[in-house]
Design a binder for this molecule. Sequence first.
Ligand SMILES: [Zn+2]
Length: 349
Amino acid sequence: MSHDATAPMLSPMTTSSSQTRSKVPAIILLLAAIIAGGAIGWWILGSSDAPSSTYSWAPPNGLEPKRAFGYLEKICEFGPRPSGTPAIEKLQTYLIEHFKSIGTTVETQEFEVRHPLDGSPVTMKNIIVRIAPELKRRVLICTHYDTRPFPDYDPVNPQGVFIGANDGASGPALFQEIAPQLMKMDLKVGVDLIMFDGEELIFENDGTKGEYFLGSKHFATRYVSDPKDFTYEAGILVDMIADKELQLYYERNSYDFARNLVRDVWSIAAKMKIREFVARTRHTVRDDHLPLNEIARIPTIDIIDFDYPRPSTRGQKYWHTEQDIPENCSGESICKVGAVLLEWIKGLK
Ligand SMILES: [Zn+2]
C-alpha cells in the first residue's frame, strides 16, 4: 500500500500524520518518558487501544489456525519475493499447483513492466482462483503476494532482508485456508480469489523508483477493456491481516468508496464476537483497492491492520522492517479474518 493522499510524500503509506517519520524525535521523547514513568508508561501502553486477542475463540467453518500459520510459514520459506525474482516465480508455481490440486479453476494474467532501477523487462503475474466459475453473479477477494524489495523502514538494516510474513504472505495464506471451505459451501454468488503481483516493486518512496499497485491496475484496466460475461458486485482486499496483535479499523478510502460494505463486514464481525474488528475509522491507506474502485468501478474495501504490532506502541513498528516475520504473526488472526469473509459470502443473496 501507499501513503495517505493528504500526508507528506516522505512517508510511503501512512496514515495519520502523527505517525510520519518527522515525528521520530517526539517518539524518542515519549519512550524516554515511558521508561522514566514506570507505572504511568504501563498505563499509556495499556490504553483502550490495547489488543484484545487474548479471549478464547473457537474457529468456525472448519478453519484451523495451525494450518493457516503453516501456509504463511511455507510462503516465507521462499525467501524475499519481489516481483520478477526467481523466488516469486517459485512461489507462483507453488500457489498455482496448490490451488489446482484442491480442485479450483486457476487463471493467470501476465504482463510486462520495466524494472524501476535498470529498465529491464519484468514479467508480472496476477493469479486468479475461481470458485463456482459458472455463476455469473460474482464477488472478488484480493490480496498481493509480492514483497517489497527491502525493509526500508528498518531502523538498523534498511537494506537488509525483507520476509513480508504479514505484508505479502498473510493474504495468500488466508486464501489457502478459506478456499476449501468456500468449495464446500452452496454459493449463490461466485467468488474469485485474486492474488496481485507488483503491489510494491518500490525502491524509493518519492515515486522516482517504482510505482505502486501494478497488478491491481493491470487487472482493473483489463476488466474495463476486455469485459467478461460476468461482473463483480463487490470486492474485499485483505492486506497485513496476520498480525499477532490484530486490530482492524475502518479504512477511510474504503469508507468513502463503499461505506455499506464496510459497515456490513464489521457488523458481521461484531455478531461473531470477533473483537479485532473495531468499528471506527483510524487510517487512510492507499492500497490495491483504489484501482478497483477508480478504474474498474467495483466497490472494494480494504481490510488492513496498519498498526503492526499495535496502535499504542508508537516507537515500535514491524511494517517494512526485518521484523515482519512469522514470529510476529498468528494463524488465529488469519482465521478470524477468514471467518468473517466466509460469513459475508454466506450472507450474499
Ligand atoms: Zn508493504
